[in-house]
Design a protein. Sequence first.
Length: 157
Amino acid sequence: MQEYTVLSNSAAATLSLGKRIGKELGAGSIIALTGELGCGKTLLTRGICAGLGVPLRQVNSPTFIFVNEYTGRLPVFHMDLYLTGLEANALDSGLADYLHRAKEGVMIIEWAERIAAILPGDCLAIGFEVISVKKRRLEFTAATDKFRGLFEELKKQ
């Protein structure tokens, strides 16, 4: 089990952290984001996508359309489960197909706690905790060594 904590003191710091993460990700990466509404999940996603070569202006929350697909260094599948609610609904909406397609790119899932039971064991979980208006604690957890390089990169700063 790998774990690491990052404190972000601003939106700019969260975006920058996302860029660093995106630069380290390889094909088959599944990122499971959890935390309350407005905690910074989409902002971090924008940074991850930028680190993967997706223009920032293209990245927005897919809350009402379930998934956005972006083209960068790798294909990116950005999913938002805020309105989905139940595992069965997510599966009916094509989640299983996207989990399979993630092998060729990167999948980022906002509100991943809603489908925790069906996520693969080798995903990277990032939990957000709101400390104050601008400050966030991000808890990184990976059950396997798949993200070892990312963890080493995060520890450099």
